[in-house]
Design a binder for this molecule. Sequence first.
Ligand SMILES: [Zn+2]
Length: 292
Amino acid sequence: MTHEDVAPVRAFWEELGLPGLFDVHVHFLPPNIQRAVWAVFDSAGPKIGREWPIRYRQSHEERVELLRAMGVRRFPTLPYAHKPGVAAYLNDWSRSFAADVREVIWSATFFPEDGVAAYVAELVEAGVELFKLHLQVGEFHLDDPLLGEVWGLLEDAGVPVLVHAGSGPVGNDYTGPASMERLLEQHPRLPIIVAHMGAPEVVPFLRLCEEHERVRLDTTMCFTDFFGQPYPDSLLPRLADLQDKVLLGTDFPTIPYPYVHQLEGLARLDLGDDWLRAVCWENGVELFGLGR
Ligand SMILES: [Zn+2]
């Protein structure tokens, strides 16, 4: 593959002496859902709030090939439900995609609805590797009573849950740290990955990460020119200390800039090569393993 975006990405990890990249925030959705999501971004609708020209609109096959060519060794699919009744469909599609593409971190989602504990338990039993929730899109709180049983199950099983909880790009009554704070009081050992480092509420989410052994942050879109630096410089030493709990995430393919720009954004924080190696590779391998 000779896509122009490949060489700069490979140069980044080769210079760090890494075998590739581990990206915990990539989306692959059923084609009809993917088209609907992209239509929302294209219209800069109320949940987006700005122009958002998506760079990677190729077919699924071409996008998998591009990730492989760039050296992204593992990546998830991260489905998320916007209403009751669709999680099962998304999860079935995601499961078969994971079975077909060896690099995929098998991902699923759930929604506060009848039967949720049963299908989450089944997926955990079957070996699902990661769940994704999107509070802004789904419009629910993490401590919704319908999810009560699910959290104990996931805390025991130790399956990570990647949550878009921050109020970016446009907040609503369900975004922000409050429902995660309440949830972690009840289930302090839940392995949660905070998407986008919780931006714009980076300070309270950073604190949750510091105070809970299994709460981690993903870098998705943070420190890029498009998204800006959500952290005041004064917080960077704390981010340096969290070296083992920050995971590379990009939001590929729904990004308005070349993939390498996420990596440049992390490099220019100047937290050192060890920090970059941990974030872009080692922490992901530690949490999910190298897969098949
Ligand atoms: Zn995302």
